[in-house]
Design a protein around this ligand. Sequence first.
Ligand code: BG6
Ligand code: MG
Length: 225
Amino acid sequence: MLKGFVFDLDGVITDTARFHYQAWSKIAQDDMGITINPSVNEQLKGVSRMDSLNVILKFGQRENDFTEAEKEALATKKNDYYVQLISNMTPADILPGIQAFLDQLKAEGYQMSLASASKNAPRILNGLQLTNYFDQIVDPASLHAGKPDPEIFAKGATLLGLKPTEAVGLEDAFAGIQSINGAGEFSVGIGDPAILNEADLNFTSTAEISLDQIKTAFATWAAKQ
Ligand code: BG6
Ligand code: MG
């Protein structure tokens, strides 16, 4: 029986990818001499802060040029700039269709948790005025491995007291869909179905999300589990 929803944040609830990109572009250029591009940005989605830095250093062929302490300082500098960029977020930054979807889930009594790799997630939910919708938030600092490892989505369900087969996970990144599937939950992809081709159900954008369609597809999937 469907009892709860485990949400990714960036790209599902709000579009922070552009701010991550803006912050990384500046630090990469100013402090590493690396010019990143949108295809590098794709590789940063869903990936932790330090892993993002490693992706950029590898892209710039500079992976051996910085000490761990220097890398920590670069990641902190990127985050300080990113925090400035997200400091003015308001409910106007919620992606289309999401507020209505969350209201519907709340009205129908579903539990909700957040499974974001971002340590800034509580701050962002606060700016969006969505904190009260979420019963639990997975602390990414508590994880052993990030997406595509199943741990974060598995935890998103167990924190709600749910079995994997009672939960739906929502994601815009391929690594996130792999995490949901690995956790044994029903996966809903938001974005290009050719990229999110392992999702159990796909919507091309948040504006298309339909709880009725999720319920129908979930029932077919659950019958086979
Ligand atoms: C994810 C983003 O949600 O959070 C990644 O998709 C980001 O791009 C990661 O690197 C970590 O975010 P933060 O806010 O902890 O640096
Ligand atoms: Mg995302």
